[in-house]
Structures are given as structure tokens and as C-alpha cells.
Design a binder for this molecule. Structure first.
Ligand code: GLA
Length: 415
């Protein structure tokens, strides 16, 4: 129960943080053991890189827009140490698989045994490739990976990339700024793994700060932080649904945005991305676009405007208006950008009906995955329970719902 001054909530919050901390300790201890079992030595260190949740500014990072993510207290953990010269040997603890490859043969995307690299190993291989391309020393490595950032929509892949990047940084004794590290990991994902993502996920995993929402201008790469108001809880709700068509649809959305820019450049010369188009200009020229492209572009143009407004609202601690903008964003993602799905809609609609919820929307790329909810802190426990019940009733499946703490970015843990 919560009393009027929110004390009940404080205790519940504290309990949740403590239980998450002891879970993390157990997870790291278990990971060290797996490392020892796989490589017969102690790991030299454990690197940790968080997942992220995005509060607003969805599908705009590849349109040069503004995003508002926070790093979360769920992460990828990598127990690591030096390996044989030029060789990377990996254990994917959660999959029960291993893989090895040579750093001199990254372009071949082949394992030591000559087979094509397993899909999951493309991420560390891609990171090694991007770091090498930047002239940074990348040495032989042995490592065991586990992650408690599961499901979709919380950037597990970016967390994994950053964990490897931080491990190679530690082993190589060099140092690059977190934002630069994020860009190298994005390069790995774009050019080596072949997923055309924007910078947001890697940025949040690299640059996260405890208690802060990050605001990134995806064109200038300038960024700042805005504190999350203390009376607010950010609640993540995983629908436990994942649509397979996710990455092909993602690439299609990007292509549609690019087409919109090409067509709008006739009346609006000088625009380089949808970020450059105001809502008023868009309204004037939208008729030049094919119907589907028009819907996609309208969402992005409006989302850019919404995000700029939302930054001001958050600075002013106006969570009611911030929440309203989140709700609006979900409608756009559902009806214009069409990246939602019935389970995400059910989760969002159920959340919006619960007392204490300021705003709810899908977070991340969509097509399944998670929603993000802005909730009055004293109501968070009630909200969690109620949402779980409502979602089970409407969607006929179990969701995973948790209060998240905005945390720090990727780093090597102290021993
Ligand atoms: C994925 C991508 C990000 C971003 C989001 C949508 O998470 O990796 O770059 O485009 O989708 O906002």
C-alpha cells in the first residue's frame, strides 16, 4: 500500500532496486563461472553495457531528428580476457553456443573452422572490424556473454556491441569518447551486420547517465541531459511478442522517408532530411507524395515537432503534457507509420486507462516488443499489477512489466 506522501512507493522502489542489484550480482557471478568453465582461467574483467528505452522521438534518428532515450538497468555483460594472438573465442552463455574467428579474416565472415560465422557472432566481429578500420588496436580475446535485456525494443544488439567495444578498449589500452564509440558500433551494425539502424541505441548504451533522459540531435550529434522528475516512474511493458518482418519493414520505412525527401526537395530546395521540413511546409506540399509515403513522412515531420516540444515540457517537469505527447506519438506509430501490432496496442490502451498513467506508447522499432509508460511514482506498483492483469485478459498472454531506473552507459565494472 502507498500512503499519501508516497512512502509505500519508496519502499517498493527500493526493494525493486535491491532485488535487481542482487540479481545482477548473481548473474555476474554465474557468468564468471561460465567463463572459467569455457576457458580454464579467471576472466580479467567484466564489461557491462545497458539497453535503452526511448521516451520520445521514434523512427526519427535516421531522419536527422531528435531522440530522448535513457539507458536502463538491464544490460549485456561480457566476462573477458586476452586470448590467443589474433584469435577471438566466444561463448554465448544464453544460447549455449561457442564461436571462434581470426581478426585477420574478418572480411570473410568465417569461423576458425571455415564455416560461415554464426549470426550472433557477426556483432562482435563487426565491432572488431569497425575498431580496426578506425586504426584502433584490437587484440585476441576470449569472452563469455550473457544479457538480462531480453525481448525486443530495448536494444539488446546495441548493448552487446558496446560491451565488446568497451572490452577491446580495456584490452587495447586506448580510449575514445563514448559518442565516438557509439558511432563505431553503429558502423559495425550498418556495414558489417547489415542492419540499417540509426545512432540512437548505441548512443544511449554508450552515453547513459543515472537518473537522466538523454536528448540527442541526430544531425549535429550535440547532446544534453534532462533529469527525470523524481515523482515519475518509467515503466516498461514487454508484450512478449516479436514479429519476424521487423527488419525488412524497418528498411522499407527508411526508404520511404528518403523518397519523401527526394520529392519534397522540388518545392523545398535545401532540405536534406525530413527533420528540415516544418509541419506547415509539409501540409502545403504533402499532395506531391504518393499516399503511403505521405503517411510515413507525416509521422516523422510531426514526431520531430513533438519531440522538440517534449524536451521543453520535460525541462519544466510538465509530465502531464509530456505524457499527452507520448500518447499522440503512439497514434502516429499505429496509424501513419504502421509499426505497431495488436498486442502493442492492447498494452498501450490498457495502460492509458489506469489511474496515475500520464502517457504510454510503443518504444523502439515496433512490430512487437515493449511499451514505455510514464507513471506517477506512488502509483507505479499498482500500475504494474493492474497492467499485467489487463494485458492477460485482453491479449491472452503474459507480459513482463517492470519499473526501470535510468542508468549509466557502457563501462568495465570494478572488480
Ligand atoms: C531501432 C533502431 C534505432 C531507431 C529505432 C526507432 O531501435 O536501431 O536506430 O531507428 O529503431 O526509433
Amino acid at each position: 500500500m502507498t500512503n499519501a506522501n508516497g512512502q509505500g512507493k519508496m519502499t517498493a522502489d527500493k526493494k525493486e532496486i535491491e532485488s535487481q542489484e542482487s540479481k545482477t550480482e548473481r548473474l555476474v557471478a554465474g557468468l564468471r563461472e561460465k567463463f572459467r568453465a569455457a576457458f580454464h582461467v579467471e576472466p580479467a574483467f567484466v564489461a557491462r553495457a545497458p539497453g535503452r528505452v526511448n521516451l520520445l522521438g521514434e523512427h526519427v534518428d535516421y531522419n536527422d531528428g531528435w531522440v530522448m532515450p535513457a539507458a536502463i538497468n538491464r544490460a549485456a555483460y561480457l566476462a573477458a580476457g586476452p586470448g590467443d594472438a589474433g584469435v577471438v573465442s566466444l561463448a554465448a552463455v544464453d544460447l549455449g553456443e561457442t564461436e571462434s574467428f581470426r581478426l585477420a579474416e574478418l572480411d570473410a565472415r568465417r569461423s576458425l573452422s571455415g564455416e560461415p560465422l554464426k549470426q550472433w557472432a557477426l556483432y562482435p566481429a563487426g565491432v572488431a572490424w569497425a575498431l580496426q578500420a578506425r586504426g584502433l588496436a584490437v587484440d585476441g580475446l576470449q569472452a563469455a556473454l550473457t544479457a538480462d535485456v531480453r525481448g525486443a525494443g530495448l536494444s539488446r544488439s546495441a548493448a552487446i556491441e558496446l560491451a565488446y567495444a568497451v572490452a577491446w578498449q580495456k584490452l587495447g589500452g586506448w580510449r575514445v569518447a563514448p559518442l565516438e564509440m557509439a558511432r563505431l558500433c553503429q558502423l559495425a551494425e550498418n556495414k558489417y551486420v547489415g542492419v540499417n539502424c540509426g545512432l540512437m541505441d548505441q548512443f544511449a548504451s554508450a552515453c547513459g547517465q543515472a537518473g537522466q533522459v538523454l536528448v540527442l540531435d541526430c544531425r549535429t550529434l550535440e547532446w544534453e541531459t534532462v533529469p527525470l522528475p523524481a515523482h515519475i516512474a518509467v515503466v516498461i511493458a514487454d508484450t512478449n511478442v516479436r514479429r519476424e518482418l521487423g527488419s525488412s519493414e524497418y528498411n522499407l520505412r527508411r526508404a520511404q522517408c528518403e523518397e519523401a525527401v527526394r520529392l519534397l526537395a522540388a518545392p523545398l530546395p535545401g532540405i536534406r532530411a525530413l527533420r528540415d521540413v516544418s509541419v506547415a511546409d509539409f501540409d502545403r506540399h504533402a499532395h506531391l507524395l504518393p499516399a503511403l509515403v505521405q503517411k510515413r513522412a507525416r509521422f516523422v515531420v510531426e514526431e520531430c515537432a513533438r519531440t522538440r516540444q517534449a524536451v521543453q515540457r520535460l525541462r519544466a517537469s510538465d509530465v502531464a503534457e509530456f505524457g499527452r505527447l507520448m500518447n499522440e506519438c503512439h497514434l502516429g506509430l499505429r496509424d501513419l507509420y504502421e509499426v505497431s501490432c495488436p498486442e502493442l496496442n492492447a498494452m498501450v490502451e490498457a495502460a492509458q486507462r489506469i489511474d496515475g498513467c500520464y502517457g504510454a506508447r510503443l518504444t523502439g522499432a515496433g512490430f512487437g516488443g515493449c511499451t514505455v509508460n510514464l507513471v506517477a511514482a506512488p502509483a507505479a506498483e499498482y500500475f504494474k499489477r493492474e497492467l499485467e492483469t489487463q494485458y492477460r485478459k485482453v491479449a491472452g498472454r503474459q507480459g513482463e512489466i517492470f519499473v526501470c531506473q535510468a542508468g549509466d552507459g557502457a563501462k568495465v565494472l570494478s572488480q
